[in-house]
Design a protein around this ligand. Structure first.
Ligand code: NAP
Length: 246
Protein backbone atom coordinates (compact mmCIF):
# COMPACT_ATOMS: atom_id res chain seq x y z
CA UNK A 1 0.00 0.00 0.00
CA UNK A 2 1.46 3.30 -1.03
CA UNK A 3 -0.06 6.52 0.25
CA UNK A 4 2.24 9.04 -1.38
CA UNK A 5 0.41 12.38 -1.80
CA UNK A 6 -2.23 11.34 0.74
CA UNK A 7 -2.95 13.35 3.89
CA UNK A 8 -4.31 11.66 7.04
CA UNK A 9 -5.70 13.32 10.16
CA UNK A 10 -5.60 11.14 13.27
CA UNK A 11 -7.14 12.16 16.61
CA UNK A 12 -5.69 10.95 19.91
CA UNK A 13 -2.41 10.58 18.03
CA UNK A 14 0.07 11.13 20.81
CA UNK A 15 0.06 7.63 22.27
CA UNK A 16 -1.30 4.10 22.00
CA UNK A 17 -3.38 3.09 19.02
CA UNK A 18 -3.52 6.60 17.51
CA UNK A 19 0.26 6.92 17.54
CA UNK A 20 0.61 3.48 15.89
CA UNK A 21 -1.93 4.46 13.20
CA UNK A 22 -0.06 7.70 12.48
CA UNK A 23 3.21 5.81 12.22
CA UNK A 24 1.81 3.12 9.89
CA UNK A 25 0.09 5.60 7.57
CA UNK A 26 3.19 7.80 7.62
CA UNK A 27 5.51 4.91 6.80
CA UNK A 28 3.27 4.13 3.82
CA UNK A 29 3.94 7.64 2.52
CA UNK A 30 1.02 9.69 3.84
CA UNK A 31 1.53 13.07 5.47
CA UNK A 32 0.00 12.90 8.95
CA UNK A 33 -1.86 15.56 10.91
CA UNK A 34 -1.57 14.59 14.56
CA UNK A 35 -4.35 15.89 16.79
CA UNK A 36 -4.33 15.52 20.56
CA UNK A 37 -5.12 17.50 23.66
CA UNK A 38 -1.66 17.77 25.34
CA UNK A 39 0.90 19.85 23.46
CA UNK A 40 4.09 18.34 24.96
CA UNK A 41 3.22 14.72 24.33
CA UNK A 42 2.06 15.52 20.81
CA UNK A 43 5.22 17.47 19.99
CA UNK A 44 7.41 14.51 21.01
CA UNK A 45 5.53 12.11 18.74
CA UNK A 46 5.70 14.57 15.84
CA UNK A 47 9.48 14.89 16.35
CA UNK A 48 9.92 11.13 16.44
CA UNK A 49 7.90 10.61 13.25
CA UNK A 50 9.70 13.48 11.50
CA UNK A 51 13.04 11.86 12.38
CA UNK A 52 11.81 8.78 10.48
CA UNK A 53 11.20 10.97 7.40
CA UNK A 54 7.42 11.22 7.90
CA UNK A 55 5.76 14.58 7.24
CA UNK A 56 3.99 15.20 10.55
CA UNK A 57 1.97 18.25 11.55
CA UNK A 58 1.02 18.36 15.26
CA UNK A 59 -2.13 20.36 16.09
CA UNK A 60 -3.56 20.68 19.57
CA UNK A 61 -7.34 20.42 19.92
CA UNK A 62 -9.95 19.06 22.26
CA UNK A 63 -12.15 16.88 20.03
CA UNK A 64 -15.22 17.81 22.09
CA UNK A 65 -14.90 21.46 21.02
CA UNK A 66 -16.60 22.18 17.69
CA UNK A 67 -14.75 25.52 17.34
CA UNK A 68 -11.29 24.01 17.95
CA UNK A 69 -12.00 21.12 15.60
CA UNK A 70 -12.97 23.50 12.79
CA UNK A 71 -9.89 25.63 13.45
CA UNK A 72 -7.40 22.75 13.26
CA UNK A 73 -9.13 21.28 10.21
CA UNK A 74 -8.82 24.60 8.36
CA UNK A 75 -5.21 24.93 9.48
CA UNK A 76 -4.35 21.41 8.28
CA UNK A 77 -5.93 22.10 4.90
CA UNK A 78 -4.12 25.45 4.59
CA UNK A 79 -0.78 23.74 5.30
CA UNK A 80 -1.23 20.41 3.49
CA UNK A 81 -3.91 21.17 0.88
CA UNK A 82 -6.49 18.50 1.78
CA UNK A 83 -7.44 15.65 4.08
CA UNK A 84 -7.91 12.22 2.47
CA UNK A 85 -8.15 10.03 5.57
CA UNK A 86 -9.86 10.93 8.85
CA UNK A 87 -9.25 8.56 11.74
CA UNK A 88 -11.48 9.32 14.74
CA UNK A 89 -9.47 7.54 17.41
CA UNK A 90 -9.46 9.79 20.50
CA UNK A 91 -11.27 8.03 23.31
CA UNK A 92 -11.49 7.84 27.09
CA UNK A 93 -12.99 5.67 29.80
CA UNK A 94 -14.61 6.70 33.09
CA UNK A 95 -15.75 3.33 34.44
CA UNK A 96 -18.20 2.65 37.23
CA UNK A 97 -21.42 0.80 37.90
CA UNK A 98 -24.37 2.72 36.54
CA UNK A 99 -25.90 3.42 39.94
CA UNK A 100 -22.66 5.11 41.00
CA UNK A 101 -21.89 6.77 37.67
CA UNK A 102 -21.57 10.52 37.91
CA UNK A 103 -23.45 12.59 35.37
CA UNK A 104 -20.19 14.27 34.31
CA UNK A 105 -18.58 10.89 33.61
CA UNK A 106 -21.46 9.95 31.33
CA UNK A 107 -21.33 13.31 29.55
CA UNK A 108 -17.54 13.41 29.12
CA UNK A 109 -17.25 9.89 27.69
CA UNK A 110 -20.05 10.56 25.20
CA UNK A 111 -18.56 13.94 24.32
CA UNK A 112 -15.04 12.65 23.58
CA UNK A 113 -15.86 9.26 22.06
CA UNK A 114 -18.98 10.10 20.06
CA UNK A 115 -19.37 13.85 19.65
CA UNK A 116 -15.65 14.10 18.84
CA UNK A 117 -16.24 11.90 15.78
CA UNK A 118 -19.26 14.00 14.78
CA UNK A 119 -17.24 17.22 15.14
CA UNK A 120 -14.34 16.04 12.97
CA UNK A 121 -16.53 14.30 10.37
CA UNK A 122 -18.61 17.47 10.04
CA UNK A 123 -15.51 19.65 9.65
CA UNK A 124 -13.60 17.40 7.23
CA UNK A 125 -16.44 16.12 5.04
CA UNK A 126 -17.06 19.31 3.15
CA UNK A 127 -13.44 19.20 1.96
CA UNK A 128 -13.73 15.52 1.06
CA UNK A 129 -16.85 16.39 -0.95
CA UNK A 130 -14.84 18.82 -3.06
CA UNK A 131 -12.20 16.19 -3.89
CA UNK A 132 -14.81 13.40 -4.27
CA UNK A 133 -12.59 11.08 -2.25
CA UNK A 134 -12.30 10.18 1.41
CA UNK A 135 -11.84 7.47 3.95
CA UNK A 136 -13.23 7.86 7.46
CA UNK A 137 -12.32 5.21 10.02
CA UNK A 138 -13.89 5.40 13.46
CA UNK A 139 -12.28 3.50 16.32
CA UNK A 140 -15.11 1.73 18.14
CA UNK A 141 -14.56 -1.20 20.54
CA UNK A 142 -15.51 -4.78 21.27
CA UNK A 143 -17.36 -3.22 24.21
CA UNK A 144 -19.67 -1.42 21.77
CA UNK A 145 -20.62 -4.84 20.36
CA UNK A 146 -20.95 -6.95 23.51
CA UNK A 147 -21.34 -4.46 26.39
CA UNK A 148 -19.20 -4.63 29.53
CA UNK A 149 -19.74 -4.58 33.25
CA UNK A 150 -19.03 -1.08 34.62
CA UNK A 151 -18.78 0.55 31.20
CA UNK A 152 -22.33 1.62 30.29
CA UNK A 153 -21.12 5.07 29.24
CA UNK A 154 -18.20 3.72 27.18
CA UNK A 155 -20.31 0.95 25.59
CA UNK A 156 -23.04 3.46 24.65
CA UNK A 157 -20.46 5.75 23.04
CA UNK A 158 -18.79 2.92 21.08
CA UNK A 159 -22.11 1.38 19.96
CA UNK A 160 -23.21 4.90 19.03
CA UNK A 161 -20.14 5.24 16.81
CA UNK A 162 -21.23 2.16 14.88
CA UNK A 163 -24.72 3.57 14.19
CA UNK A 164 -23.17 6.92 13.34
CA UNK A 165 -20.73 5.31 10.88
CA UNK A 166 -23.38 3.22 9.12
CA UNK A 167 -25.66 6.24 8.68
CA UNK A 168 -22.85 8.45 7.43
CA UNK A 169 -21.62 5.70 5.10
CA UNK A 170 -25.01 5.75 3.37
CA UNK A 171 -25.02 9.55 3.07
CA UNK A 172 -21.56 9.94 1.55
CA UNK A 173 -21.11 6.78 -0.53
CA UNK A 174 -22.16 8.47 -3.80
CA UNK A 175 -19.34 11.00 -3.28
CA UNK A 176 -16.56 8.39 -3.25
CA UNK A 177 -16.20 8.46 0.53
CA UNK A 178 -16.20 5.34 2.71
CA UNK A 179 -16.94 5.21 6.43
CA UNK A 180 -16.00 2.17 8.48
CA UNK A 181 -15.28 1.18 12.08
CA UNK A 182 -12.56 -0.91 13.61
CA UNK A 183 -13.54 -2.58 16.86
CA UNK A 184 -10.42 -3.46 18.86
CA UNK A 185 -10.57 -5.98 21.67
CA UNK A 186 -8.08 -5.72 24.54
CA UNK A 187 -5.05 -3.83 23.19
CA UNK A 188 -1.98 -3.20 25.37
CA UNK A 189 -1.88 0.61 25.77
CA UNK A 190 -1.90 3.11 28.64
CA UNK A 191 -5.72 2.93 28.58
CA UNK A 192 -5.68 -0.76 29.51
CA UNK A 193 -2.46 -0.67 31.55
CA UNK A 194 -4.31 1.04 34.40
CA UNK A 195 -6.79 -1.86 34.83
CA UNK A 196 -6.34 -4.04 37.95
CA UNK A 197 -4.38 -7.30 37.46
CA UNK A 198 -7.41 -9.48 38.18
CA UNK A 199 -9.37 -7.72 35.39
CA UNK A 200 -6.46 -8.28 32.96
CA UNK A 201 -6.36 -11.95 33.95
CA UNK A 202 -10.11 -12.31 33.41
CA UNK A 203 -9.77 -10.77 29.92
CA UNK A 204 -6.95 -13.18 29.02
CA UNK A 205 -9.19 -16.09 29.90
CA UNK A 206 -11.85 -15.07 27.36
CA UNK A 207 -9.42 -14.29 24.52
CA UNK A 208 -8.96 -17.46 22.43
CA UNK A 209 -5.53 -16.23 21.26
CA UNK A 210 -4.46 -15.92 24.94
CA UNK A 211 -2.66 -12.64 24.48
CA UNK A 212 -3.48 -8.94 24.31
CA UNK A 213 -3.36 -7.18 20.95
CA UNK A 214 -0.71 -4.69 19.90
CA UNK A 215 -1.56 -1.14 18.77
CA UNK A 216 0.07 -1.85 15.40
CA UNK A 217 -2.33 -4.76 14.83
CA UNK A 218 -5.19 -2.24 14.87
CA UNK A 219 -3.17 0.18 12.73
CA UNK A 220 -2.71 -2.45 10.00
CA UNK A 221 -6.49 -2.79 9.63
CA UNK A 222 -6.96 1.00 9.56
CA UNK A 223 -4.28 1.17 6.87
CA UNK A 224 -6.12 -1.45 4.82
CA UNK A 225 -9.44 0.43 5.17
CA UNK A 226 -7.72 3.57 3.84
CA UNK A 227 -6.22 1.76 0.86
CA UNK A 228 -7.44 1.50 -2.73
CA UNK A 229 -7.90 -2.22 -2.08
CA UNK A 230 -10.73 -1.34 0.36
CA UNK A 231 -12.55 0.93 -2.12
CA UNK A 232 -15.76 -1.16 -2.09
CA UNK A 233 -15.97 -1.59 1.69
CA UNK A 234 -18.21 0.84 3.57
CA UNK A 235 -20.48 0.81 6.61
CA UNK A 236 -18.59 -2.17 8.08
CA UNK A 237 -17.22 -2.98 11.51
CA UNK A 238 -13.95 -4.90 11.46
CA UNK A 239 -13.08 -6.57 14.76
CA UNK A 240 -9.44 -6.87 15.85
CA UNK A 241 -9.85 -8.83 19.05
CA UNK A 242 -8.02 -12.18 18.99
CA UNK A 243 -11.38 -13.94 18.82
CA UNK A 244 -12.68 -12.41 22.07
CA UNK A 245 -16.09 -11.76 20.49
CA UNK A 246 -17.23 -13.48 17.31
P1 NAP B 1 -4.98 6.04 25.05
O1 NAP B 1 -3.66 5.37 25.16
O2 NAP B 1 -5.64 6.51 26.30
O3 NAP B 1 -4.85 7.25 24.01
C1 NAP B 1 -5.94 8.10 23.72
C2 NAP B 1 -5.42 9.46 23.34
O4 NAP B 1 -6.56 10.33 23.12
C3 NAP B 1 -4.59 10.11 24.46
O5 NAP B 1 -3.44 10.73 23.94
C4 NAP B 1 -5.56 11.13 25.03
O6 NAP B 1 -4.93 12.23 25.64
C5 NAP B 1 -6.31 11.56 23.78
N1 NAP B 1 -7.53 12.29 24.13
C6 NAP B 1 -8.33 12.08 25.20
N2 NAP B 1 -9.31 13.00 25.23
C7 NAP B 1 -9.11 13.81 24.16
C8 NAP B 1 -9.79 14.96 23.69
N3 NAP B 1 -10.88 15.45 24.30
N4 NAP B 1 -9.32 15.57 22.58
C9 NAP B 1 -8.20 15.10 21.96
N5 NAP B 1 -7.52 14.02 22.37
C10 NAP B 1 -7.97 13.38 23.47
O7 NAP B 1 -6.04 5.08 24.33
P2 NAP B 1 -5.82 3.84 23.34
O8 NAP B 1 -5.84 2.61 24.15
O9 NAP B 1 -4.72 4.11 22.38
O10 NAP B 1 -7.23 3.89 22.58
C11 NAP B 1 -7.42 4.59 21.36
C12 NAP B 1 -8.85 4.37 20.91
O11 NAP B 1 -9.08 2.96 20.80
C13 NAP B 1 -9.90 4.89 21.89
O12 NAP B 1 -10.99 5.41 21.17
C14 NAP B 1 -10.31 3.65 22.65
O13 NAP B 1 -11.60 3.76 23.17
C15 NAP B 1 -10.21 2.60 21.55
N6 NAP B 1 -10.06 1.25 22.06
C16 NAP B 1 -8.99 0.91 22.83
C17 NAP B 1 -8.87 -0.38 23.29
C18 NAP B 1 -7.72 -0.84 24.12
O14 NAP B 1 -7.75 -2.01 24.58
N7 NAP B 1 -6.69 -0.05 24.34
C19 NAP B 1 -9.86 -1.33 22.98
C20 NAP B 1 -10.94 -0.95 22.20
C21 NAP B 1 -11.02 0.36 21.75
P3 NAP B 1 -4.74 12.21 27.27
O15 NAP B 1 -3.78 11.08 27.55
O16 NAP B 1 -4.24 13.54 27.58
O17 NAP B 1 -6.12 11.95 27.83
Amino acid sequence: MIFTKRVALITGASQGIGEAIAEELGRAGSAVVLVDIQRDKLGKVAERLSSEGIKALPLVADVTRFDQVNEVTEKAIRELGKIDFLINNAGITRDSLLLRMKEEDWDLVLAVNLKGAFNFSRAVLKHMFSTRFGRIVNVSSVVGLMGNFGQANYAASKAGLIGFSKSLAREVAPRGITVNCVAPGYIATQMTEKLPDEVKKAFLEIIPMKRFGLPVEVAWVVKFLCSDEAAYITGQVISVNGGMYM
